[in-house]
Write a protein that binds this ligand. Structure first.
Ligand code: AMP
Ligand code: TRP
Length: 376
């Protein structure tokens, strides 16, 4: 038997001491949080000891596409008003595949700009760049020494992306350990992500539980949160593959900041299925079901409910295109403004890194002590 490690020490000075939320505790927390919201619904980061902490990340690997927005970022914008939120541009994760130095640098700043245009408000959430907080790579090593080879080998994203190639980067293999570190460093309660991250989140939870049982209560065990609709937006040209900013063709992908005419053209040319009936059946009718999901999410309805309004593919496409254009129009306006003010975006991420580092360093040192690293 491994002796139980010490109880948690050195909690982040800006945040509450966190333990795994049990059902009752988390319901009580939510009720208290609601009661404490001010009239505008805004709260500064870490201002309440009762708010749940939310963390999520996005890679700076290409322009933001509709799947990113509907699967993840839209939830982040809502969460920032009711939780202590940290959102991270994971530039280190992007290095698992070649980006090119100048491209990576430009895309990292652009991703921050895009996230602000989507509605992240630096007055109520923390937006930062992963490589600006050194604790991420430091905790990642401890996670690599917690995860097993077999566990990482089973990750479907690794299997898909490596495709058995010997030359694949080791970072692609250990990627989920860095991701677990990202999450556990912030005593995260909830992680809003798209469906493709399900397995990585399961691993992060397993690692937290394993660590806590070996070395004593150190990490909060995070919960993954997926949107009801839009958790897996499919490629318009290949509706059996997910829409991706780095894979597939430009015709299959809608970029969030793309011009309305291009969006309309892509939706009108989306691949549909055999048979002319409009019904929500992702297995039998993936193309039509994807359009129904997009229309539902853009209009705040459900795919099955919107399906009842259509008898022809043409009308469904016209209305889906119009709804997406309308949903994205304000974001497009804001990105144009922010593009003209890179100084502001730099300021936001500098402030974000400082806030994030304070929390991360405290949790990292808690973990280092728990595992037996001698203090300096
Ligand atoms: P990534 O671009 O891979 O860094 O993904 C950032 C976030 O967007 C993650 O939470 C993903 O799960 C989510 N996401 C990416 N593509 C899609 C998609 N096609 N549908 C829904 N969510 C997605
Ligand atoms: N792996 C995630 C993706 O590709 C990005 C990511 C990195 C992330 N670290 C994270 C998401 C932590 C949520 C929490 O989409």
């Amino acid at each position: 038997m491994v002796p139980a490690g010490p109880a948690r020490v050195a909690d982040p000075p800006l945040g509450p001491r966190r333990v795994t939320p049990s059902g009752a505790r988390s319901r009580r927390r939510v009720a208290l949080r609601q009661a404490m919201l001010d009239s505008t619904g805004h709260r500064g980061p870490y201002s309440s000891t009762l708010m749940a902490r939310v963390f999520s990340g996005i890679q700076p690997t290409g322009d933001m596409q509709l799947g990113n927005y509907l699967g993840a970022v839209r939830s982040w914008v809502e969460d920032q008003h009711v939780a202590d939120c940290l959102f991270c541009i994971v530039d280190l994760h992007a290095l698992t595949e070649e980006q090119g130095p100048a491209v990576l640098r430009a895309r990292t700043l652009r991703k921050a700009t895009e996230l602000l245009a989507c509605g992240l408000d630096p007055d109520v959430c923390t937006l930062f760049v992963q490589s600006h907080v050194a604790s991420h790579t430091q905790l990642a090593w401890l996670m690599e020494c917690t995860a097993s080879f077999g566990e990482l080998r089973r990750m479907t994203q690794f299997k898909d992306k490596s495709d058995g190639r010997e030359g694949v980067r080791v970072g692609l293999f250990t990627y989920p350990c860095l991701m677990a570190a990202d999450i556990l460093l912030y005593d995260t309660d909830r992680v809003p992500v798209g469906d493709d991250q399900r397995q990585h989140l399961e691993l992060a939870r397993d690692l937290a539980v394993r660590w806590n049982s070996r070395y004593g209560d150190t990490f909060t065990v995070p919960e993954a949160v997926f949107p009801k609709t839009g958790a897996r937006v499919m490629d318009l040209q290949d509706p059996t593959s997910k829409m991706s900013k780095s894979r597939g063709t430009p015709q299959g992908r809608i970029d969030v900041f793309e011009d309305p005419a291009a969006i309309t053209r892509k939706v009108m040319r989306a691949v549909t299925d055999a048979g002319a009936d409009v019904r929500y059946d992702p297995a039998a009718k993936p193309g039509v079901s994807n359009l129904l999901e997009l229309l539902a999410v853009a209009t705040g309805s459900t795919p099955t409910a919107v399906a009842g309004d259509y008898h022809q593919y043409g009308a469904l496409k016209t209305d889906t295109a119009a709804a997406i254009v309308e949903l994205l129009a304000p974001l497009r306006e804001r990105v144009a403004e922010l593009d003209g003010d890179p100084g502001f975006v730099h300021e936001v991420i500098a402030k974000g890194a400082a806030t994030a580092a304070t929390v991360a360093e405290a949790v990292l040192s808690r973990a280092q002590r728990a595992v037996g690293l001698l203090e300096r």
